[in-house]
Ligand binder design. Structure first.
Ligand SMILES: Nc1ncnc2c1ncn2[C@@H]1O[C@H](COP(=O)(O)OP(=O)(O)OP(=O)(O)O)[C@@H](O)[C@H]1O
Ligand SMILES: [Mg+2]
Length: 599
């Protein structure tokens, strides 16, 4: 239960609804108490008068007597219906307050969790699978809601009904009350037991279902690989196996559920039989009337559902507590990037790395060692290096996806950690190495970089990224839907849309991470020429594993195994005849070989 304490703040937030709901529960139950009493009066009226009625046979008075009895019963029936209607109205309000409250809390909790998700670290998303993250937001929250709504409502209902009904029953006949209520705890307990089994089974089934879904999802997204390796049959077999397992578990659950309803009916029936039998004996002793038997049968029926729900509620609370525990664990994960001082930052005059080292916590890989460099406003700066040498890590540090393990990064002389991280990201344009497009239009995807970008700005950015012609070629032009559910673009096209997204922003600092890897030589040439113009007077950090002699970078850093091996301009580096020179030679050789091949 201690895990559920977290939710008390929400109960407090909606206290008025909660209190009002409780009042509605009590009132509706009070109106529920009248029908059994009316029933008793009706039965008593009938049993007491039936002999007298028969005695009057053949006399005129019988007709009048019949009319009298008839009117009494009619009045009783109308009252009974009126009571039921009033009770129904209050029940409606009870649900409207308490169940609505639970939906509102569910909404708040989801928002709280979603906000938290957005603050968490990229590494959190690497460690946790998407399915797991989704299930917390959907399944766990909906289980918690079952506690907030139905469980709370039925508990309040149960308590008030118990107090009201049982006290009334005891006033009438304490001995009989005791006897007929005996099977109820048994009912409650067995329902609890069965519910626990059903819940456990359901969870297993849920797991199997999500396994099936994941499997299908993987097949759908990897269908091209599967087909080209002719592995359809293997996957079919896997899927069938998993389906059969799922079916088996589901049938088991159905069996238990089928057992559940008869068990409930049996125990309720037992109580009713006891009422009629022991009640009958009491009538013969003169301590009870026939009307009382009818009244008691009513009471028993009123109690059975709440008592049965007790077991169900207990299992709901148990499940909600387990879910809330997972949610609490998740909410207690701290966003590792702090925005404490949040000093404003509007422009970038210079960016300095001083002896920066960085180790990835999750793998223990030291990606950067003692990195020092300075980028000044308007400079075009390149970082060159082979794969896995820590180039992307530098970009991630500047954007504060991670904080450096040691050393200092300063912008305009201020520590990076002290600057407002959102403003910093706002004035930076970033083209990540792995392109991501949203399921939206091409224009929308570019506009993502600058919310209020005009059509002409979007087109200019697309032209600079050398994608404009490709877009015009699409059926709906800039309004073509791309991304997961849209048309399939080539890797190079996606990459160029991603570049346009960063360019449209007109950022203070532009970081391009290996943004030409999927672009052919001709397009590369055009883009580089556009870049030269687009980059004028801009601060640019250009990360690449290839050397672009065309670009005239002000400075080039050569990274190797996380350290700076060389730095200088293209010409200076070539003169050094070091790694850069080697890389350049290799690249030249490859391109001449390629040319020879195709000539
Ligand atoms: N999120 C991460 N968690 C743990 N280790 C990582 C993570 N990202 C990168 N690494 C490791 O850090 C090292 C440097 O990676 P980085 O991505 O910075 O290299 P890179 O120079 O950009 O390579 P490439 O040219 O292939 O993109 C690699 O050894 C990599 O395995
Ligand atoms: Mg990289």
């Amino acid at each position: 239960m201690k895990h559920l304490k977290y939710l008390n703040k929400y109960f407090w937030k909606y206290k008025y609804r909660f209190v009002l709901g409780t009042i509605f529960v009590v009132v509706s139950n009070i109106f529920g108490l009248y029908p059994p009493q009316i029933m008793r009066i009706a039965v008593n009226v009938i049993t007491e008068n039936v002999y007298l009625f028969k005695l009057y046979r053949g006399f005129n008075i019988q007709q009048k007597y019949f009319f009298l009895l008839n009117s009494i019963l009619l009045v009783l029936s109308v009252t009974l219906i009126a009571m039921a209607v009033i009770r129904g109205i209050f029940m409606f309000f009870m649900r409207q307050t308490i169940i609505v409250m639970s939906r509102l809390i569910e909404y708040d909790l989801k928002n709280e969790m979603y906000d938290h998700y957005q603050q968490l670290h990229p590494n959190f998303y690497k460690v946790n699978s998407t399915g797991d993250l989704m299930s917390r937001l959907t399944e766990d929250v909906s289980k918690v809601r079952m506690y907030l709504g139905p469980a709370v409502m039925y508990t309040i209902n149960l308590v008030t009904l118990f107090v009201l009904v049982i006290s009334t029953m005891i006033q009438i006949n304490a001995y009989l009350s005791f006897i007929v209520l005996l099977p109820l705890p048994l009912l409650s307990y067995s329902i609890y037991k069965v519910s626990v089994i059903i819940n456990r089974k359901s969870e297993v089934i849920q797991g199997k279902l999500s396994g099936l879904t994941t499997m299908a999802q993987e097949v759908f997204s990897g269908i091209r690989v599967i087909k080209s390796y002719v592995r359809e049959k293997t996957y079919n077999d896997h899927f069938e196996e998993a389906s059969i397992d799922y079916k088996k578990n589901f049938l088991e659950l159905s069996k238990i559920e089928a057992f559940f309803a008869p068990l409930m009916l049996l125990l309720i029936g037992l109580s009713t039989i006891l009422t009629v039998y022991v009640g009958g004996l009491e009538v013969s002793r003169g301590r009870f009337t026939a009307g009382n038997i009818a009244e008691f049968v009513f009471y028993i029926n009123m109690l059975t559902w709440p008592v049965a729900s007790l077991g169900w509620v207990a299992s709901l609370v148990q499940r909600a507590a387990a879910s809330q525990k997972r949610i609490n664990e998740f909410l207690s994960i701290e966003a590792e990037i702090y925005n404490t001082k949040a000093l404003p930052i509007q422009s970038i005059e210079n960016l300095v790395f001083k002896e920066v080292s960085f180790t990835y916590d999750n793998t223990g890989i030291q990606a950067l060692k003692d990195i020092s460099f300075e980028i000044k406003r308007g400079e075009q700066f390149a970082i060159v290096g082979k794969t896995g040498t820590g180039k992307s890590t530098i970009a991630e540090l500047i954007l504060r996806s991670f904080d450096a393990s040691s050393g200092e990064i300063r912008i305009n002389g201020k520590l990076l950690q002290d600057l407002d991280v959102h403003q910093l990201r706002n004035i930076t344009g970033y083209v990540p190495q792995d392109v991501f497009l949203f399921s939206a239009t091409v224009a929308g995807n570019i506009q993502f970089g600058l919310e209020h970008a005009s059509q002409s700005e979007i087109i200019q950015a697309a032209k600079d990224a050398e994608i404009h012609k490709d877009i015009e070629y699409l059926k709906h032009g800039y309004d073509t839907i791309v991304g997961e559910r849209g048309v399939t673009l080539s890797g190079g096209q996606k990459q160029r849309i991603s570049i346009a997204r960063a360019l449209v922003k007109q950022p203070e600092l532009l970081i391009l991470d290996d943004c030409l890897s999927a672009v052919d030589a001709n397009t590369e040439h055009s883009i580089l020429n556009n870049f030269k113009r687009a980059f004028e007077n801009k601060t640019v950090l250009f990360i690449t594993h290839r050397i672009f002699s065309l670009m005239d970078f002000d400075k080039i850093l050569v990274l190797d195994e996380g350290t700076i091996k060389e730095q200088g301009t293209h010409e200076e580096l070539l003169e050094k005849k070091g790694i850069y020179w080697e890389m350049y030679q290799l690249q030249q050789q490859e391109s001449t070989e390629l040319k020879q091949k195709f000539v």
